[in-house]
Structure formats: structure tokens, C-alpha cells
Ligand binder design. Structure first.
Ligand code: CTP
Length: 429
């Protein structure tokens, strides 16, 4: 997915064992569309990874000195701040955090960071747990976080290079990229203060202790929506069925419809919205037959399963949702796509339904791309042409915002103003 399409990214590498991970990061930034990646290395970083390695990966000159001029004669740190879209500092050592917090500029990374006042800086610390927990390091982090253009990516808990276990491990490359994507996102505040529950993936219903009924949903569309909501500033909870998924927002891995229903209903109460992208199983083995099955069913010539309908989660939540909540459903159809989707939109009382044609092999299930039609409760229809699931997610959320949330916010703003006016006229009476 080209989430960094046409972006020019400067990567500042400082001294730490995690410096080797910058190599992979550079490759992945290019793979995800970056048009240029330029590296800056502190003297200490050069003792961990050679500039030659970094130069081969960035395909351009590596900046190592703070007093260096670029080709056009402008000091490097100034031309980088003018030309690059973002500065990613990874790994960021405790020493670099201290310098940045106090605006010290004694090498090419710190000098460039201090010049980068109008563009995003994403800092990714990695260090030993005791260093990370040191109140002085935490104080420096608070100073850095208070800057509008700086994002600090929290380190993970795990086994550290020194052999100890604890907090301080460099965040995963995927997590770092999501924070960088957010920092560069033109609508990174659109869903600020909105709590949104997203569901993704196919549920699984057990037959016996080893067999199950499931479907082919990969969960990619739902995860792309959750990622996009995170990048647009929402407080996201993702309920999913994808093993090993790692995300910087709250995620809960589930299996059955019963679990999906319980967690969705519980969390929707406190939420502003729900995007139900999960492919929820429509049938499960009847409780009577399940009670008769012990362990693994032995092979026989014939096997009859008694299936009963599962709970329709949206069917229950849609009609009872509050005025200030939104619900988006999905309709994966193989024929009469729009007709079936509109019927579901109405039957489940949804604000919007995303219709996609699963008879096409180039989009939808398992693919990285999709092509969908958005249908709204007021009969409006918007076709989104074929694009990456991440781009579809962005378009879908922009339309949803324009259609409902912008209007609701205006109304509540007008409401708040008229309450203020009423209060003012009351006090004059
Ligand atoms: N859905 C749900 N609970 C179910 C089944 C579906 O909440 N038990 C949700 C899906 O997550 C999706 C929407 O309802 O957002 C439509 O799902 P879909 O499977 O297309 O519709 P169904 O109502 O199950 O109808 P059918 O399978 O017959 O097409």
C-alpha cells in the first residue's frame, strides 16, 4: 500500500543497537511509496551501522556533519527542513532526547530537528528499561510531547538487546509507520475526540474440538478503516479475528459471533460510532448438537450438521442507537449488489452501508484493493473507484464525516450557542 506516496522523508539515526532496524525502515518507506528517503547519522550511530550500508539503501548521500552545505550551497539542516515532509528519528537515544528537549544542536540530527519547526517530527526512543524509567528521561519526553509538531512513539515491552526484559524496546516498524502516516495526515484531527468501535475479519464457529465453520474474510478492509481512523485522530477500539495483529491502538482478538456480539454491544454504549466490517457467521451448530459432541467427531460416511441462525449484531444495535451515534455496515454481495445492500441499510437502520461485489476476484476478499459503493440512509449514492484499501478507507471516512458528523457538530455548536444566548437573555431579564 502506497501510504507514503510522493513523500520525502528524512531519517535521523542516533547511537543505539536498534540502529540496524533503520535499514529495514528505509526499504519499507520506499516500498510504501516514499519518493525520497534521506539519512542523517550522528557520530555514535556510525559506530553501529556503516554509512555505506545506509547510503546503499537510501540511494543518496548520507549526512554526517552538522556544518555541511548541500549541493546548492545552503546549510544541510536548513535545506532539509525546507525540502523534506517529515523527520523520523529512530532509534532516538536518551542522549538525543535530552538534547532535543533543550534545543541543543551539536550534530546533524539535532541541528536538523531544531530547524524542523513547521513540519512533523516523529521520535522513536529505544533504550534499557532503567534508562527509560529514569525521571529525567521522562521529564525530557514530556517537554518533547508538549510540542505541537512532535510525536513520540512509545517503546514496547519485551526482551532488550542487553538481555533484560522490560519497557524500552523499539516499537515495531509497522507501528512506527502508522504514527508517521498520522503525523503526515492532512485530516489528522478530523475524528478527534470521537470514540469508534471497528470490527474486522471473519468469525469462526466450532463444530467439534478441532473443526470449525468460518469464511474467507481477511479482515484487511476493517483494519485499514481502523488505521485510518487512528490517523484521523479517533480513539479506536478494533475487535478482530486476525491472529498476531499488532496495533498502537486498543485491539481485542475474538473468535465467535457470541464474543463479537458481547464486545461490540458493550463497547458501543460508550462510543460515538461503529464500523461493522467483520464478516459475521450467519450460522452456528445448534446448541443441542454441540452438547452431544464430545471432543473430535470420528470419521463416518455421512455427517449431518444442525445449523441455527446466529444473532444479528447490527440488526439489534441499529434500531436502538442514539441520535448522536453513527453505524456503518458492510454488504458483501455476489449478485444484485446495490439492491441487497440498500435492503440491509434499511432493515438494520444504518447511516451508511459499504457495498462490494465479491464475485470479482481482483477486489474484496483477501485483496489489497477494493472498489465499493457507499449508500446512505437519505438515498444518496457515492461510487468509490478501485484503489488500495487504505485509500478506500480514507475516502469512506471523509464522506461519512461530511455527511453526518460535520452537520451534527454544526448543530451541537448552534445548540450550544443558542443555550449561551438563552442564558445571556435570562441574565438580562
Ligand atoms: N452482521 C451482523 N451480524 C450478523 C451478520 C451480519 O452484525 N449475524 C453485519 C455485518 O458485519 C455487515 C452487515 O451486517 O456489516 C451485513 O452483513 P451480511 O452478512 O452482508 O448480511 P446478512 O444480514 O447476514 O444477510 P446475508 O448473509 O443473507 O446476505
Amino acid at each position: 500500500m502506497n501510504i507514503f506516496a510522493n513523500k520525502r522523508i528524512a531519517i535521523g539515526i542516533t547511537g543505539g543497537i536498534a540502529a540496524y532496524k533503520a535499514c529495514d525502515m528505509i526499504r519499507q518507506l520506499y516500498q510504501k511509496g516514499a519518493s525520497e528517503v534521506v539519512a542523517l547519522m550522528t557520530p555514535s550511530a556510525q559506530t553501529f551501522v556503516t554509512p555505506l550500508t545506509i547510503e546503499s539503501l537510501t540511494r543518496s548521500y548520507v549526512y554526517k556533519e552538522s556544518m555541511e552545505n548541500s549541493e546548492d550551497g545552503v546549510p544541510t539542516h536548513i535545506s532539509l527542513a525546507q525540502d523534506m515532509d517529515a523527520l523520523l528519528i529512530m532509534p532516538a537515544s536518551a542522549n538525543t532526547l535530552a538534547k532535543l528537549a533543550h534545543a541543543m544542536a551539536d550534530n546533524i540530527v539535532t541541528t536538523t530537528a531544531i530547524t524542523f519547526t513547521e513540519k512533523p517530527i516523529v521520535i522513536v526512543p529505544a533504550m534499557n528499561t532503567r534508562m527509560w524509567e529514569n525521571p529525567l528521561v521522562q521529564k525530557n519526553l514530556r517537554i518533547l510531547r508538549s510540542q505541537e509538531n512532535i510525536t513520540v512513539v512509545p517503546p514496547e515491552v519485551g526482551e532488550l538487546a542487553c538481555g533484560e526484559y522490560g519497557e524500552g524496546k523499539l516499537a515495531s516498524l509497522e507501528t512506527i509507520q502508522l504514527y508517521l502516516y498520522k503525523a503526515l495526515h492532512p485530516q489528522r484531527r478530523l475524528y478527534k475526540e470521537k470514540r469508534v468501535v471497528v470490527t474486522a475479519g471473519g468469525t469462526t464457529e466450532p463444530i467439534d474440538s478441532v473443526r470449525s465453520i468460518t469464511n474467507r474474510s481477511s479482515g484487511k478492509m476493517g483494519v485499514a478503516i481502523a488505521d485510518e481512523l487512528f490517523a484521523m485522530g479517533a480513539d479506536v477500539l478494533l475487535l478482530h479475528t486476525i491472529p498476531g495483529l499488532d496495533r498502537p491502538y486498543r485491539i481485542i482478538c475474538l473468535e465467535t459471533v457470541e464474543e463479537m456480539a458481547r464486545y461490540t454491544k458493550r463497547n458501543f454504549k460508550e462510543a460515538d460510532g461503529l464500523v461493522m466490517a467483520a464478516a459475521v457467521s450467519d450460522f452456528q451448530v445448534s446448541p443441542n448438537q454441540r452438547a452431544r459432541i464430545n471432543g473430535k467427531i470420528k470419521k463416518s460416511d455421512e455427517m449431518m450438521l444442525e445449523l441455527v441462525k446466529t444473532e444479528d449484531i447490527l440488526g439489534e444495535l441499529g434500531p436502538s442507537k442514539r441520535e448522536d451515534q453513527f453505524i456503518v455496515g458492510f454488504a458483501a454481495e455476489s449478485d444484485h449488489v446495490l439492491m441487497h445492500a440498500r435492503e440491509k441499510l434499511e432493515r438494520k437502520h444504518l447511516d451508511m452501508i459499504v457495498a462490494n461485489d465479491i464475485s470479482r476476484s481482483d477486489i474484496g476478499f483477501g485483496s489489497d484493493e477494493n472498489e465499493v459503493t457507499l449508500l446512505f440512509e437519505d438515498k444518496e449514492r457515492i461510487d468509490l473507484p478501485k484503489a488500495s484499501k487504505s485509500m478506500i478507507a480514507r475516502q469512506l471516512l471523509l464522506h461519512l464525516y461530511q455527511k453526518y458528523l460535520a452537520r451534527r457538530e454544526e448543530e451541537s455548536h448552534d445548540g450550544a450557542e443558542s443555550v449561551e444566548q438563552e442564558k445571556a437573555s435570562d441574565s438580562h431579564d
